[in-house]
Ligand binder design. Structure first.
Ligand code: PEP
Ligand code: MN
Length: 338
């Protein structure tokens, strides 16, 4: 069991030898005596082929230089067995499998079979919120005999606490890190999200750090400067030790905190759905105006209400509550149409 937080810090992409070495030096200075693993992506799984795809195998030598110059462990992402072989040959200590590759069990299996000696392998959650697939990937990687670490990076820039909670419960023995950078896609949200690390008894974090985020060749909106990193790592390291004790040991509030995180996630979805619904209502209002139809159509309202009440019955939820809830929503929808 890991008592100290694991930090994996560095730029999204290894852009050049200078950028990699400068970032490593600045993070080392910012972290003081807080140990960390340096990360940088050599091969980047980008959405568009027109964007920076990573420096490729050339970047492995830059990571090797960081390892030798600063005496720290280094990590990179692998998406194919060839990547894994090349990275390990270059002395990369930790490999991580990204969210897009994690969605493909055949790819994960092939990488698992290609991995020889490494200090550990990290597996991000798949791009879709599939706890079972994430658990299956953990199992596939455990066959290597290497330490496996799970990384919660959310889906579509939102947290998936329900999925992470399920994985945590099924495999409390597997360390889990938070990746607040990919989870939010927004550097400004990273400090708040990092509070979840001690609250949920997580084992640390993977955070993207760039000397000049605005100029980054990938994920420019979500990377912290080394100065911003100090504000996140410093208090957290102290808090983890002094308030909740060793990070992997659950305290009495951990389960409650997980459940509250799930509630917050559901409320955020509820709110998003309500906002989307109001938007569609407004568009219906415009259509009705153009076609000279009154906003309130009693027959349609009755239809909505009886169908929603049927859902309530099916799910064993109080029918009055459902009637009131949809009445409020419908009233507000009508207002959008006036
Ligand atoms: C990354 O860590 O830079 C990365 C591409 O991550 P993810 O697979 O979570 O998108
Ligand atoms: Mn990235």
């Amino acid at each position: 069991m890991i008592a100290e937080p694991i930090y994996i810090l560095g730029p999204c992409s290894a852009e050049s030898r200078e950028q990699v070495l400068l970032t490593a030096r600045l993070i080392k200075e910012a972290c003081g005596n807080v140990p960390f693993i340096f990360r940088a992506g050599a091969w980047k799984p980008r959405t568009s082929p027109c964007t920076f795809q990573g420096a490729g195998a050339e970047a492995l030598a830059w990571l090797q230089e960081v390892k030798n110059t600063f005496g720290i462990n280094v990590a990179t992402e692998v998406a194919t067995p060839e990547h894994a072989e090349q990275a390990l040959k270059a002395g990369i200590d930790y490999l991580w499998i990204g969210a897009r590759t994690s969605a493909n069990p055949i790819a994960v299996q092939a990488i698992a079979e290609a991995i020889g000696q490494a200090k550990g392998i990290l597996i991000k959650n798949p791009v879709n919120a599939d706890a079972d697939l994430w658990l299956g990937n953990i199992e596939r990687l455990e066959k290597t005999g290497l330490p496996v670490i799970a990384v919660h990076r959310g889906c579509e820039h939102k947290p998936c606490w329900k999925m992470a909670h399920a994985v945590r419960k099924a495999r409390p023995d597997v360390p889990m890190l938070l990746d607040p950078s990919h989870l939010s896609g927004d550097a400004a949200q990273v400090p708040e999200l990092m509070k979840k690390v001690p609250e949920l008894g997580l084992n640390g974090a993977m955070i993207e750090v760039h000397p000049n985020p605005a100029k980054a060749l990938s994920d420019d909106k979500q990377q912290l400067t080394p100065e911003q990193l100090i504000g996140v790592i410093g208090p957290l390291s102290v808090r983890c030790r002094s308030v909740v004790g060793p990070m992997s040991v659950d305290n009495e509030f951990t389960e409650l905190n997980w459940l509250r995180a799930e509630i917050d996630e559901l409320d955020a979805k509820l709110w998003e759905t309500i906002a989307d619904r109001m938007d569609v209502s407004r568009r219906i209002g415009e259509w009705k105006k153009a076609n000279h139809i009154r906003p309130l159509q009693p027959q349609r309202y009755q239809q909505i209400l009886s169908q929603r009440q049927k859902w309530a019955e099916e799910n064993n939820i109080d029918a009055d509550f459902v009637a009131q809830l949809f009445d409020i929503i419908h009233q507000q929808s009508l207002k959008q149409q006036l």
